[in-house]
Write a protein that binds this ligand. Structure first.
Ligand code: 1HE
Length: 260
C-alpha cells in the first residue's frame, strides 16, 4: 500500500517522465517507515513507458530526514533491520529502472541528504541547505549515507559535517559536489524536469550504462575498469539505435555540440 505522503504523476507525450513527490510538508517531509517502503515500491513498479524521473518535496523543504518520532522505540536489532530497509529502498532509487533527478530546496538533511545522494543528478535552488544532524543527535547515518556521501564530497568533509554540525548552503554545496546544478530559488523543479526530459530522450542502453555500469567501473581497479568499459562500449555501439544516431550526425541531421 502506498503511503499518503508520496505521490506519483506521469508526464510527456509518451508518459516518459515520472514525478515522485514527498507530500508531508507539515512534518517537513520527514521519512517514516511507511514512506521509505513506499519509495521502494514506487521505484520498483514504475510503468515501462517511464524513461526518467524527478523526485521533489512539497512545501519549503525537500526532506528533514528520518522521522525522529519513530526512533526512540527501536532496540539494536530493530535498528539494524530498519537501516537495511532504507538501504533496500534507496538501492531501488540508485539502481532502479530509470535515472532520477532530485529537485532540492530548503532542508536536505540527514536521511533527506541520503535520499538525494541516491539520485543521479541533484539540482539545488538557492534556498537549499545541507546538514547531517545525526552527529549532534548522538546517532549515525543509516540510509547509505556513509557509502554514498563520501563518494560525492570525500570522507573528511562528511565527517566534518557530522562532527561539527556544519551546514552547507546551495552554492557551497555545488562547489564541493553535493549538487551538480544551482538555480534561483523556486526553480529547482523546473530545471530538474527539463533535465529529466532530456535524459528520457537518450538511448536506453546509454542510460543503463550510466546508471548501472559506470558506478561499478568507478569502483574497480583500473585494469578491470578498462575491460568493463570496453565491453560496455562494444555493447552500446552495436545497438541499432546507436548506429542510427551516429548516422544522423554524419548526415548533418543531428545537433552539433554547442559552446557552453
Ligand atoms: C520532524 C522532523 C523529523 C521536522 N522527524 N518530525 N533530521 C533532523 O534532525 C532535522 C530535524 N528538523 C529540523 O531541523 C527542522 O525541522 C527543519 C530545519 C527541517 C525545518 O525547520 P522548520 O522551522 O521549518 O520546521 P519545524 O518547526 O522544526 O518542524 C515542523 C514540524 O515537523 C514539527 O512538528 P510539529 O508537530 O511540532 O508541527 C517538527 O517536529 C516536525 N519535524 N523534522 C520528525 N526529522 C536512515 S537514518 C537517517 C538519520 C536521520 O535522518 S537523523 C536526522 C533527522
Amino acid at each position: 500500500m502506498t503511503s499518503k505522503d508520496i505521490h506519483l504523476d506521469i508526464y510527456g507525450d509518451q508518459n516518459e517522465v515520472a514525478v515522485i513527490r514527498l507530500t508531508r510538508p507539515k512534518k517537513r517531509n520527514a521519512i517514516n517507515d511507511a514512506l521509505i517502503l513506499s519509495i521502494r515500491d514506487l521505484f520498483e513498479k514504475l510503468p515501462a513507458t517511464v524513461h526518467a524521473a524527478v523526485i521533489d518535496g512539497e512545501g519549503e523543504h525537500f526532506c528533514a530526514g528520518l522521522d525522529l518520532s519513530e526512533l526512540s522505540e527501536r532496540d539494536a536489532g530493530q535498528g539494524l533491520i530498519h537501516s537495511r530497509m532504507w538501504h533496500a529502498a534507496l538501492e531501488r532509487v540508485q539502481y532502479g529502472p530509470v535515472p532520477v533527478v532530485a529537485a532540492l530546496h530548503g532542508a536536505v538533511v540527514g536521511g533527506g541528504l541520503e535520499l538525494a545522494s541516491a539520485c543521479h543528478i541533484r539540482v539545488a535552488d538557492a534556498s537549499t541547505f545541507y546538514a547531517l544532524p545525526e552527529g549532534t543527535r548522538g546517532i549515525f547515518v543509516g540510509g547509505g549515507g556513509a557509502v554514498r556521501i563520501p563518494r560525492l564530497i570525500g570522507a573528511a568533509r562528511m565527517a566534518d559535517m557530522m562532527f561539527t554540525g556544519r551546514v552547507y548552503n546551495a552554492e557551497d554545496g555545488e562547489r564541493i559536489g553535493l549538487s551538480q546544478y544551482v538555480v534561483p530559488a523556486g526553480d529547482a523543479f523546473k530545471k530538474a524536469f527539463e533535465l529529466a526530459q532530456v535524459i528520457a530522450k537518450n538511448a536506453p542502453l546509454t542510460n543503463y550504462a550510466l546508471m548501472h555500469v559506470l558506478p561499478r567501473i568507478a569502483e574497480q581497479p583500473a585494469d578491470q575498469g578498462y575491460v568493463s568499459e570496453a565491453m560496455m562500449a562494444a555493447i552500446a555501439q552495436s545497438a541499432p539505435e546507436a548506429k542510427e544516431r551516429v548516422r544522423a550526425f554524419l548526415d548533418g541531421k543531428a545537433a552539433k555540440v554547442k559552446k557552453a
